[in-house]
Design a protein around this ligand. Sequence first.
Ligand SMILES: Cc1cc2nc3c(=O)[nH]c(=O)nc-3n(C[C@H](O)[C@H](O)[C@H](O)COP(=O)(O)O)c2cc1C
Length: 357
Amino acid sequence: MQREAAQSYADELEMKAKAELPDYVYGYFAGTAGGGESVQDAAAHWDAVRFRPKAFTNTSEGLTRTSILGTQLRTPVLAAPMAHQNAATPLAEIATARAVRRAGSLLGVSTNTSVPFSQIAAEGAPWWFQVYVMKDRGLSSALVERAAAAEAKALVLTVDTTRLASSELVIDPQLWPETPGKRRLANLLEEDLSGLSEDATRGAEDLTLDIIGELRERSGIEVIVKGILRGDDARRAVDAGAAGVLVSTHGGRRLGKSVTSMQALPEVVQAVGNDCEVYVDSGIRTGDHVAAALAMGARAVFVGRPVMWGLATGGEDGAAAVLERFTEELRLTMAAIGANTIRDITSDMLWRPQATC
Ligand SMILES: Cc1cc2nc3c(=O)[nH]c(=O)nc-3n(C[C@H](O)[C@H](O)[C@H](O)COP(=O)(O)O)c2cc1C
């Protein structure tokens, strides 16, 4: 029953956010590519995982703490980088960072944030900077240097959305007339942009593997590649210097008929799981889903829209409640499957670990 109750928790939170947000903001946050097939399948695929609980284990402590690239955290439930959080709550990533600090989690900060890095960093939560490489590479270089100087612990290079699939997912400034959601790229200065064409900040559509080493060198911090759905791509990214890969369908915003991240995770873990940390997101809606992902070999999960719904309905408190609830549900699932610590959640706890529904 916990799973069903938790499933409806995420849905109910979304309905509450929908009622409170302007239609165009809700439409952007909830938007999907194509016919939304990947989103429809995502939670269902995580739901379809079945566990083989272990008996005679000590589950008295239920420890959810873990480490991610050496950063100690109290939970493997992390906040995904999402653009335009200021359209959900005026404090935007400042609220998210506070929520993340309370939950003992980690924050992904989008290239399209409206908040200066220094203000996010001042909240004391560990954070990673998500990089969209722009047509003007100098702008991306400036951003990653500034993020590293503001003590971002790693870069998350998004490789799946050099061009968004649906026009609904591209923000038309005309549609955001009065909202602060119109502001983005707060970490670029006016002088960075002066003399450049409108096109300069658009995504580069000719990315090659060299970019991983370039970003690493430029920033001095590790690079994780986000948006990987194939074992061979994961292998190439790691061979080119990536410290981790994030299996993701971008929350179904890139390609309607994409495989789900649950379907892609096993082949990615098989390809690079011994060499680097593997993370996963898209469609994670309950603690059971988190446990399933960890049992399949993910080191941690990122949660996107539910955190946005939390921000929209309750600001810092709302986002903290989502991260804490998913963590508490994970603790319950751990007790039920016979895991006392995160390390105890192993692939033998899955029934048919390679199941693809
Ligand atoms: C409103 C919104 C904005 C997003 N913005 C970004 C972004 O700027 N950069 C990025 O790499 N991913 C972005 N994502 C994708 C998330 O990082 C994450 O992959 C996705 O939301 C996970 O799926 P879920 O929403 O089903 O949990 C965004 C997602 C949403 C819903």
